[in-house]
Design a protein around this ligand. Sequence first.
Ligand code: GAR
Length: 200
Amino acid sequence: MKDRRLVVMISGFGSNLQAILDACAAGRLPARVVLVVSNRKEAYGLVRAQRAGVPTLYFPLKPYRERGLDRAVYDRDLAERILPYRPDLIVLAGWMHILSPAFLERFPGRVINLHPALPGMFPGMNAIQRAFEAYQRGEIAYSGCMVHIVTPAVDEGPVLAQAIVPILLEDTLATLEARMHEAEHRVIIEGIRRALEMCE
Ligand code: GAR
């Protein structure tokens, strides 16, 4: 099977992007990353992409906001910039913007998202911290992470891969975050593999 074309979208450190780049390089994924998109200029993930020889696109929302333009205009323009790279799959790996139908309808069923919580739990920002706090209040015994197909609902949609991440009595937020990221680096690869099988 020919290598599939991945576009990875990030906003920060890019440890999950690194897991994807490593899996592609090691032949653990029948794919290659053809573009990394960031909405933040200082995202360390951009450095990781450059080191791997992958083209990058920095595409901030701020200029659109300053011109009073609708969010859908940003999303439509972003899709236009990505289309020439002919992605088989778009992977949101720490992309901290919600994508509207103006973006999603250009890549139907081909956008997947990594979220640091189990399905239906802690959608949106700071999911790990909210799980940690819920654990301390005795409301949950564990958390987890998942990869799902993106729909207009936030952090929801058909689940492709998931893993439970235990929370321990002695955990700090930092130790829980570290355990979560370790699980994510496996789940993101499994989720991409499943998604590629589905769009064969
Ligand atoms: C990951 O924990 C990912 O699940 C989360 O951002 C982090 C990015 O880490 N995404 C969300 O919270 C999306 N709702 P990374 O930049 O090191 O890959």
